[in-house]
Design a protein around this ligand. Sequence first.
Ligand code: NAP
Length: 245
Amino acid sequence: MTERPTAVVTGASSGIGAATARALAKSGFHVVLGARRVDRCAEIAAEIDGTAVRLDVTDNESVDAFAAAVPDAKLLVNNAGGAKGLEPVAQADEDDWRWMFETNVLGTLRVTKALLPALIASGDGHIVTVTSIAGVEIYDNGAGYTGAKHAQGVLHRTLRGELLGQPVRLTEILPGMVETDFSLVRFDGDAQRAADVYKGITPLTADDIADVIAFAATRPSNVNLDQIVVKPRAQASATRAYREA
Ligand code: NAP
């Protein structure tokens, strides 16, 4: 048995999720890392004395099995997600849209529902959801992703009201540009196109976001950081950034 409180991080096999698992372990949590690439989660778990459990947030059976392996969660970080494609609505790919809504929105719904009883039973639970500035802004060619992130944000913000009176805090993290595998996934493995997203700019790193999540998670239980927007200095909005020539 571990004395450390348990934190669950979804999408912990890379990027923000992996960095968050490390930051939370440093803050004293026993971290349960979930993702489809469980081998990557297992490597990180070994490094931070955590636990890796396979998780596909688009699959109810997988979510149920995952939740059964985590009876005592105190903190849930809904991080699994991402974007596919960058097309105008007129050329929208339905499969890409389905992937984005299944992963970001329904994935967050499934995992939150499955772990909520444990979070409440802990007496001091906390749900952190990584949405995006795409959850409050729109941009051309991005409707599939901005639509999904808006919906994920609405789910999270609605829960904030619905859980009033319960011992659960809710924090939404809205990152701007963070250099991870995000763009590689969005552009289906096109490394050049992915690198161009960050050209001439110093983006955030996954560790920058992980630091903020760990800060929110380690405030006293009466302190609820509701929404935290984090952008690189050179980015003013989803559509305005300053790039060095
Ligand atoms: P990333 O490096 O591509 O990480 C995405 C993570 O999501 C991976 O660990 C992946 O794991 C997991 N994932 C995807 N589908 C999944 C599924 N069906 N079941 C379980 N896990 C799944 O990108 P990232 O930037 O760290 O993204 C993390 C979150 O931050 C996402 O919600 C993203 O929308 C959000 N965000 C990113 C940025 C940015 O600029 N990077 C900005 C704002 C918000 P497996 O593939 O192993 O399952």
